[in-house]
Design a protein around this ligand. Structure first.
Ligand SMILES: Nc1ncnc2c1ncn2[C@@H]1O[C@H](COP(=O)(O)OP(=O)(O)O)[C@@H](O)[C@H]1O
Ligand SMILES: [Mg+2]
Length: 271
């Protein structure tokens, strides 16, 4: 049986798709058969980040509306044998995703196609699209930026995770993990951003699985159509790798969260 993981946040533009791509790629790198589903009907940017936009023929909505078989719509990753994308449709309306259709796709991915992990990249908001993306989840990666509006929206999404999911309906719970992204240690030190402890322990009270620094490598990677986790020299790539390792049970300390000490030359030139 596949494990289903939703990547969710409430607010848009916080790093869900970036996280879905790297998390999925990291699991596949470790040998797990993984599929990333783009639930963001109308926006469709997971395929751009994964660099497979030109290979899309059919999409998630085609499968649900019976225009294509699931196996026809799955796009195989260019680099990894066991990584697939189920792309969103760019044009069709959001109501094309039905409860039964999504349930059938989850079942087929898990039972017939033998996936180990199904990653659901959620759209922004707390409405239907986001709820469909989380409904089947066993676990959730809650992506938050260190700012008040993002933390507040994550708090809302946690409320929905704890009430409107299949697991909760059946008397269980969805296991929650917090990811703080676009973290800037300098700005946090100056009080311009919220601190890690404030967000994780004081407000959301969700176990922290990782912190991703604000990093140019993220944009660079997406311009290359590659998840940043493949950029092994970048801080963001390393922190995503840590998240995958921790998810799989490894104990790794947080890194890249302290203010960098300026070197002699940087001090001299004010860099
Ligand atoms: N750690 C990061 N550092 C810098 N930019 C980032 C980081 N994470 C995401 N971004 C940028 O933020 C924007 C939104 O990211 P995205 O993953 O599409 O968010 P969402 O899916 O939540 O809307 C993108 O332009 C992306 O390149
Ligand atoms: Mg997105």
């Amino acid at each position: 049986m596949a494990k289903i993981i939703v990547v969710t946040s409430g607010k848009g533009g916080v790093g869900k798709t970036t996280t879905s791509a790297s998390f999925g790629a990291g699991l596949a790198e470790r040998g797990y058969k993984t599929v990333i589903i783009d639930f963001d009907v109308g926006l469709r940017n997971l395929d751009l980040i994964m660099g497979c936009e030109n290979r899309i023929v059919y999409d998630f909505v085609d499968v649900i509306s019976g225009n294509a078989k699931l196996s026809q719509a799955l796009v195989k990753d260019k680099q990894q044998e066991n990584l697939y994308i189920l792309p969103a449709s760019q044009t069709r309306d959001k109501d094309a995703l039905t409860d039964e259709g999504v349930a059938a796709v989850m079942k087929e991915l898990s039972d017939e196609l033998g996936f180990d992990y199904i990653i659901c990249d959620s759209p922004a908001g707390i409405e239907r699209g986001a709820q469909l993306a989380m409904y089947h989840a066993d676990e959730a990666l809650i992506v938050t930026n260190p700012e008040v509006s993002s933390v507040r929206d994550s708090d809302r999404i946690i409320g929905i995770l704890q009430s409107r999911t299949k697991r909760v309906e059946e008397g269980g719970s969805v296991k929650e993990h917090l990811i703080i992204t676009r973290y800037n240690p300098e700005r946090a030190a100056h009080g311009e951003m919220m601190g890690i402890d404030d967000i994780a322990n004081d407000i959301l009270k969700v176990p922290l699985i990782g912190v991703i620094p604000e990093s140019n490598a993220v944009l660079e990677a997406s311009n290359h159509g590659q998840p940043v986790i493949y950029f092994k020299d970048s801080a963001a790539g390393q922190c995503y790798d840590d998240i995958v390792a921790r998810f799989l049970g490894e104990n790794r300390p947080l890194r890249h969260i302290d203010v960098k000490k300026k070197g002699f030359f940087a001090k001299l030139f004010g860099g």
